[in-house]
Design a protein around this ligand. Structure first.
Ligand code: GCU
Length: 684
C-alpha cells in the first residue's frame, strides 16, 4: 500500500534526532530506526550532547533542553509559528515543519503531532530537506477521523464475514474468533496513521448475537486490537446493540428511563474502561433496518442516545448515534412516504436535546451512499447537536471494488458544499464544529484480508483520500491522489514514474463520473440488483418495501420531491437550496431526477433532453472504461506484475459490467419512452 519501504528512503538515509518521550514517540523512534537501518542513516534519541543532524523531530515541552541542535530546531519552529502570527498552540495532533540552518525540524506539542509530522515527512520525501522550503504548520480540521468496520465476528448467513465487504474476509475476525494476525493489524494501523485516521469501530453496526458480546465477556478480543492500534494514535470504538441490557444483562427490558437499565450501562461501560482506558465509545444503529432501539419503549432517539452518553461521560467517551433511520417496510403504492425525508423528520425536532458527548452520525446524502445525491439537509438543520458526516469507502454502490471509482472528487464536493447557499459555511465546517467540537468524518471501511488490502488495488486510494480529506477538507483531491501515487508507486522503484503517475491520474481522476455515466442517471439512484447491489436492475427495487423508486413510465422518470406537488423534501433545505431544488429549471442537472419527475423530452441545461442524456452518457461511460483499460495496458512491465494483473482482471469485469449497465438502462428507457437515439446507436 502507501508505505512501501521505499517511501522512507529520504528519511532513512539521513541523520535524525528524535527528542521527547511517550508511547507515540516510541513509535516514531521505531519507524525512524527501521528506516535508518535500511537506508544507511543514523538516529539519536534525546542526546545531551550536540550532534550533526539533518532532521530533528522534537516535542516542544518546557523540559530541560538536551542539546544545542534541539534548541536551534525549536527556535526555528517557534519563529515559524510567531511569523505566522499564530497563537502558537499546535494542539494534540498538530505540528510545525521549519528549517533551522541546514536542519529540517518538526515540532509538536504532543506525541501524536510528532507521529503525524513523521508521516508528513514521508509524504514529502526528499522535498522535506530542500534548503529553501518555507515553514508550514498543520493541524487537523476535524478532531475525529474515524473508520467504521462493518465486520462481523461470526460469519453472517447472508452478509458473510464483512457486510458490504469487497476485500475478502475481515482483518479482525474469522469464523467467530479473533483472526489473531496482529502483525497485519499493526501494518493497518501504520497505514491509517499515515493518512490521518485516529478512530476505528471494529464491528458491524448491525450487531448480531456473537458481536454483542464484544461489550462484555468478549471484551478481551477488543482490548487486544486496541493494544495494537494505540501506538499509532488510533482509539477503538465498539458498535453495540441497544438491546444489550436484555441480551447480555438478562434484564426484562432496555428502556432508557429504567433505572436498572441505566445502572447496567454504567457498570458495563466502567468495566470497558477498566480494560481499555482510552476506549473511544459506542457506535449505535437503533430503530433502523430491524435493529432494536428506544421506539420499543415509546422513547425517542435523544432518550436512547443520552442513555449511552451518560454511561460514557465519566470516562470521556462518545456515542456515535446514527441518523440512518427510515421505514424499511414501505408499501410501494404509498406515495406520501419519502425515505429521503426520514432522517430529518426523525432527528431535527430533537435538536438541542442530545448530551454533549453524543455525535449524531449523518450519511452524507439523504438516501444511501449513492453515486450522486444531494447533501443531507440534516447537516444544516441541527445547530445545537454535534454532527458527523458519514461516507462509504467500501464501494457498495460504486462498483464494489471491481470497478475503478475514485471517490475523492465526490467527497471533496460534498465537504465543500455550502448548505446555506454559496459562500456560506460548508459541510466540512459543520463536521468541524464552531469551536472544533464537531463530530468529524466517519467512513465505512473498505479493507479486508485481501493481499492488496482492498480487493482492487486502486481502491486503496479511496481509503487514503478519506483520511487526508478528514485531516484537511480543503485539499485538492487531485493533489491527494498525487500523494497516494508517489507513495504507493515510488519514483526510485519505477522504470518510468512519470508515465505511471500520469496514467494513474488519467484512469482515476474522473472515474467517479465515468461510473455515474453508465449507471443510474441524473441523481435518480439505485437501479441496482436487489440484495447484493451489484450490476443493473432498473426495476429491481421499484415494487419493494425499501423506499427507493424511480417512477419511470412511458412519459417520464424521476421522483417529485418538490413542496408544490411532491413529497416536500426540497423544503427541508435552508431557503437558498430549497428554492433551487424546488424548481425543475434551476435544479442542477445531475440532481434533476432526485427532485423532479420530468418528461423524457425535458431539456437540460446543456441543451440535451433527458432521454438523449441517458443514451449519451451510457454510451460514453462504456467508451471511457475501454479507454481506461487501454491505458492500464500501457503499464504492463512497468509496475509490480501482481498488481498489474489484479487491476487488469478487474478492468475486464468493469468493462463487462458497464456494458450490461449501458444496454439494460438504454433498452429499458427506449422501451418505456419509444424515443430513438438521435445518433442511431444500437439499443436492444
Ligand atoms: C445500507 C447497506 C446495509 C447497511 C446500511 C447501514 O443500506 O446496504 O448493508 O447495513 O446501509 O448503513 O446501516
Amino acid at each position: 500500500a502507501w508505505l512501501p519501504p521505499e517511501a522512507f528512503r529520504a528519511l532513512g538515509s539521513r541523520r535524525v534526532l528524535v527528542h521527547g518521550d511517550g508511547m507515540l514517540v516510541d513509535t516514531v523512534l521505531d519507524e525512524v530506526a527501521r528506516a535508518c537501518a535500511r537506508y544507511g542513516g543514523r538516529m539519536w534519541h534525546s542526546p545531551s550532547w550536540d550532534v550533526d543532524v539533518d532532521l530533528v523531530l522534537a516535542l516542544r515541552g518546557t523540559d530541560e533542553l538536551p542539546s544545542a541542535t534541539v534548541q536551534a530546531a525549536r527556535a526555528a519552529g517557534e519563529a515559524a509559528l510567531a511569523q505566522a502570527g499564530d497563537n502558537a498552540v499546535l494542539g494534540a495532533e498538530g505540528f510545525v515543519l521549519a528549517r533551522a540552518g541546514d536542519v529540517t525540524a518538526v515540532l509538536a506539542d504532543a506525541p501524536a503531532g510528532l507521529l503525524y509530522g513523521l508521516f508528513h515527512l514521508v509524504r514529502l520525501g526528499a522535498a522535506a530537506f530542500d534548503t529553501t522550503r518555507p515553514a508550514e504548520q498543520h493541524r487537523p480540521a476535524l478532531r475525529r477521523r474515524m473508520l467504521n468496520h462493518w465486520d462481523n465476528v461470526a460469519v453472517h448467513p447472508v452478509m458473510g464475514q464483512v457486510e458490504r465487504g469487497y476485500a475478502g474476509g475481515s482483518i479482525f475476525w474469522r469464523n467467530g474468533r479473533p483472526r489473531g494476525d496482529l502483525a497485519r493489524i499493526r501494518e493497518y494501523a501504520r497505514l491509517l496513521a499515515a493518512c490521518g485516521i485516529n478512530a476505528i469501530s471494529v464491528n458491524n453496526v448491525n450487531v448480531g448475537r456473537t458481536e454483542a458480546r464484544l461489550l462484555t465477556d468478549r471484551l478481551g478480543d477488543v482490548a487486544e486490537i486496541a493494544d495494537v492500534l494505540r501506538p499509532y494514535g488510533i482509539r477503538v470504538h465498539l458498535s453495540v446493540t441497544f438491546a444489550a441490557p436484555v441480551v447480555l444483562g438478562g434484564l426484562p427490558n432496555a428502556d432508557p428511563v429504567d433505572e436498572a437499565v441505566r445502572a447496567w450501562w454504567a457498570v458495563t461501560t466502567r468495566q470497558v474502561y477498566e480494560r481499555i482506558p482510552d476506549f473511544g465509545g459506542y457506535v449505535v444503529k437503533a430503530d433502523s433496518e430491524g435493529q432494536p432501539g428506544p421506539f420499543t419503549y415509546g422513547r425517542d432517539h435523544a432518550d436512547g442516545a443520552n442513555l449511552l452518553a451518560d454511561a460514557l461521560a465519566p470516562h470521556g467517551g462518545v456515542v456515535h448515534w446514527r441518523a440512518f433511520v427510515y421505514n424499511h417496510h414501505q408499501d410501494w403504492r404509498d406515495r406520501s412516504t419519502d425515505r429521503a425525508r426520514a432522517a430529518y423528520d426523525h432527528f431535527v425536532p430533537l435538536d438541542g436535546r442530545f448530551r454533549d458527548n453524543v455525535v449524531l452520525q449523518v450519511k452524507f446524502g439523504p438516501v444511501d451512499f449513492q453515486v450522486r445525491e444531494p447533501v443531507s439537509p440534516v447537516l444544516a438543520a441541527m445547530p445545537a447537536t454535534r454532527l458527523a458526516v458519514e461516507v462509504q469507502v467500501t464501494q457498495e454502490y460504486t462498483g464494489q471494488q471491481r470497478h475503478v471509482c475514485h471517490l475523492g472528487p465526490w467527497w471533496s464536493e460534498v465537504l465543500r458544499f455550502a448548505p446555506w447557499g454559496p459562500g456560506g459555511r460548508t459541510v466540512a465546517d459543520v463536521a468541524a464544529g464552531e469551536a472544533g467540537e464537531g463530530g468529524g468524518l466517519v467512513a465505512v471501511a473498505n479493507v479486508g484480508d485481501d493481499l492488496f488490502w482492498t480487493g482492487h488495488p486502486l481502491a486503496q486510494a479511496n481509503l487514503y483520500t478519506v483520511g487526508r480529506l478528514a485531516w484537511d477538507p480543503q485539499l485538492d483531491p487531485r493533489a491527494v491522489l498525487d500523494e497516494w501515487i508517489a507513495l504507493t508507486f515510488p519514483q526510485s522503484a519505477m522504470a518510468d514514474p512519470e508515465l505511471v503517475g500520469r496514467t494513474l491520474h488519467e484512469i482515476m481522476d474522473d472515474s467517479w463520473r465515468t461510473y455515474e455515466r453508465y449507471t443510474a442517471p441524473l441523481g435518480v439512484g439505485f437501479m441496482v440488483h436487489p440484495g447484493d447491489h451489484y450490476g443493473p436492475d432498473v426495476d429491481g427495487y421499484e415494487y419493494t418495501r425499501w423506499g427507493t423508486y424511480h417512477f419511470a413510465d412511458r412519459d417520464g422518470v424521476g421522483v417529485d420531491r418538490s413542496r408544490a406537488s411532491g413529497t416536500g423534501f426540497a423544503g427541508q433545505y435552508p431557503p437558498y437550496w430549497a428554492q433551487v431544488y424546488e424548481s425543475p429549471e434551476r435544479c442542477p442537472d445531475e440532481l434533476l431526477l432526485f427532485f423532479h419527475h420530468v418528461p423524457y423530452g425535458h431539456v437540460l441545461h446543456d441543451g440535451s433532453t433527458v432521454i438523449q442524456h441517458i443514451y449519451d452518457t451510457h454510451f460514453a461511460g462504456v467508451e471511457e472504461v475501454a479507454v481506461m483499460r487501454g491505458r492500464w495496458r500501457t503499464l504492463k512491465g512497468l509496475i509490480d506484475p501482481a498488481v498489474y494483473e489484479r487491476v487488469e482482471q478487474r478492468l475486464d469485469e468493469q468493462a463487462r459490467s458497464a456494458t450490461e449497465w449501458r444496454d439494460q438502462t438504454n433498452t429499458y428507457f427506449f422501451r418505456k419512452s419509444g424515443v430513438p437515439d438521435a445518433h442511431g446507436r444500437r439499443i436492444y
